[in-house]
Each structure stands twice: as C-alpha cells, then as structure tokens.
Design a protein around this ligand. Structure first.
Ligand code: GDP
Length: 331
C-alpha cells in the first residue's frame, strides 16, 4: 500500500520498472478519495522529471475493427525488438465494473503475459472526461516506469477519440474496408486527427475492398488541410490476424516521430497539450466550485425553469445569471 511513508520508495520502485508498483500507483491515481488524491498529486509531482521519454501512441477504431488483434501483433513486434510496451485502454462504454467493449480479459493474451508489457483498462465509470483525465496521468506513470512506447487505445465512439488524440504524439486510426464502413472515418472527422490510417483485415477475400478503401482515404487526405507541415498522413493496410504489414506500420510511426522530432514540432505539440489540459481542467474545476454553491445552484435552476415555462427568454435568462454572478461573486 502506498502512503506518505512509502512514497519515496514507490517512486524508486516505479523507476526500476516494477509492474506491481506501477499497478498500485495507477490504482492510487484512479482513487477519488481526497486523501489518495493528495498523495497521488505528490506522486505525480515526484515522477514528473522522469516522464516524457516514451513514444506516445493513440489508437482508435470501431468495435470489431481488430484493435486488440492488432495491438497483440504490434506489441509483440516491439517486445521482440527489446522495447517495453504499455497499453492503456480507455473504454467509454464501461462502467467501473461489468460489461465493456475493451476491458475483457481475453484480449491480448500473449502481450499480457509478455515480460516487457503492461496492459491497463480504464473504465469510464460513466464519466468519459474523468477516464481521459486519468489516462493522461497513467501514461506519465508508465513513462516514469521506463516504458518505451505507451499506447492509449480507445473505441471509435463519442468524444473519446478527440480526447485521446489530445494526449498522444501520433494518432492511428484503425479502419476496415467494405460493409459501408469505408466512409465512417471520413464522415466522422477522424481524418483531421489521424496521423496514420491503417486499414486492417487486408487478407483473403478482402484484398480488393481494401485497395479501394485505401485509394479513397488517400484521395480524401489530399483534399484536407494538413495537421502538420512536416507530415502528410499516410494510409497503410495490414492483416493483424496474419501478422502482415505490422512492421510497416511501426516504420511509418518511427518516420513520423523522426520528422516531427527533427523540426521541434513534437515538443511544441506536447507543450500545447499540457497547457490545453490545464486550461480545460481549470474550467471544469471552476464550474464545479460554482455549482457546489447552493445559492447559485438554486438561482440557476430557477432561471432554467423560467426559460422552460417561456416566462423568460434564454437570452434574458443568461443576462440574469451573468448579473447574479457579477453581484455575488465578482464585486
Ligand atoms: P476490436 O474490437 O477492435 O478489439 O477487434 P478484435 O481484435 O477483437 O477483432 C474483432 C474480430 O475481427 C475478431 O474475430 C478477430 O479475429 C477479427 N480480426 C482482427 N484482425 C483481423 C484481420 O487482420 N483479418 C481478419 N480476417 N480478421 C481479423
């Protein structure tokens, strides 16, 4: 158990790469208990100087696209190269326990057993912002524990993709061809976020469909404005099942890192992500503090009710609330 007395030892053990300590540290960071939060803040401060060295990779895809099959093959490829790999699976569908899209234990069995790997599901507990907030901190813990590549995996539903894209260096979208799914990525704006698009299941009868999808994604990418001047997003295909094309994906990720690293862009992106994170959290915290005030909460609800009854226009409602804030909190 981590406590005040063992904090320094926890940091030391974490830096040695002890997986049991990493798991404990993650549990502490995930705890909502005020005492645990105070402790985990100190822990995160203590490990901060040792974070930042990993390649941060985001991977997204609809359920069934083959994320776990891909990550198993991809992760093992990296392990064989002597790299240590951590996977943080953010699952927007799962409550703290019970049914989930990502979290079941049968996923990535080989990787889960590998000495140099660490896999951690992050249930959303009905609050995705919270899960993503934690995922970023868990990523820092993995870095302090010496993992070379930290992968944040998420399902292609809801806000989680955007959130994950905001915490990684390289964002990979795993797609499948055919079945009307081809346009999903294009429609959903994933193209603007993805640094690499990988079309999975390029095997058996799928080959032609994959070639068509690939062409379509490439055309779409050429129309879009680039995310970075240094990098034209690439479209690749692979078969996670047959373990083909996985090496090429890793090569492309390495090229991406080399290009953005050389220009200093990667560092800029990380700085911006940290600032954005603080900004968002400050806003969330300010709102939380405000709504924790009974008087404001009451006034706010009354105003909402008045707008609902049509006795107040939304615009006048907003003016009333602004005036209330001015008069009560910003005199
Ligand atoms: P996830 O929900 O995105 O994690 O997807 P899974 O990795 O669980 O894969 C969903 C299904 O697709 C499983 O039945 C896999 O065996 C299958 N699958 C995954 N990758 C491939 C592939 O490259 N080719 C083929 N044919 N099937 C695959």
């Amino acid at each position: 158990m981590i406590n005040d007395a063992t904090l320094a030892d926890t940091v030391r053990r974490l830096r040695l790469g002890e997986r049991a300590t990493l798991a404990q540290a993650m549990t502490l960071v995930e705890s909502q208990h005020p005492r645990h939060q105070a402790l985990s803040t100190r822990l995160l401060d203590a490990i901060m100087p040792f974070s930042g060295k990993a390649l941060r990779l985001g991977i997204t895809g609809t359920p069934g696209a083959g994320k776990s099959t891909f990550l198993e093959a991809f992760g093992m490829l990296l392990i064989r190269q002597g790299l240590r790999v951590a996977v943080i699976a953010v699952d927007p569908s799962s409550p703290v326990s019970g049914g989930s899209i990502l979290g079941d234990k049968t996923r990535m069995t080989e990787l889960a057993r590998a000495e140099g790997a660490f896999i951690r599901p992050v249930p959303s507990g009905g609050h995705l912002g919270g899960a993503c907030l934690r995922a970023r901190e868990l990523m820092l813990l993995c870095e302090a524990a010496g993992f070379d590549v930290v992968i944040v995996e998420t399902v292609g539903v809801g806000q989680s993709e955007t959130e994950v894209a905001r915490m990684v260096d390289c964002f990979v979208s795993l797609q499948i061809a055919g079945g009307g799914d081809d346009l999903q990525g294009i429609k959903k704006g994933i193209m603007e976020m993805a640094d690499l698009i990988v079309i999975n299941k390029d095997d058996g009868e799928n080959h032609n469909r994959v070639a068509i999808a690939r062409h379509m994604y490439e055309s779409a990418l050429h129309i879009l404005r680039r995310k970075y001047a240094e990098w034209q997003p690439q479209v690749l295909s692979c078969s996670a099942l047959e373990k083909r094309g996985i090496d090429e994906v890793w090569q492309a990720i390495c090229n991406f890192r080399a290009q953005l690293g050389a220009s200093g862009r990667l560092q800029q992106v990380r700085q911006q992500q940290a600032v954005d994170w603080l900004q968002k959290q400050t806003e969330a915290q300010a709102l939380e503090l405000l709504f924790a005030r009974d008087d404001f909460d009451r006034y706010y609800r009354q105003t909402l009710q008045a707008v609902k009854n049509n006795s107040l226009s939304p615009r006048t409602g907003l003016r009333h609330i602004s005036e209330y804030l001015q008069n009560h909190y910003f005199e």
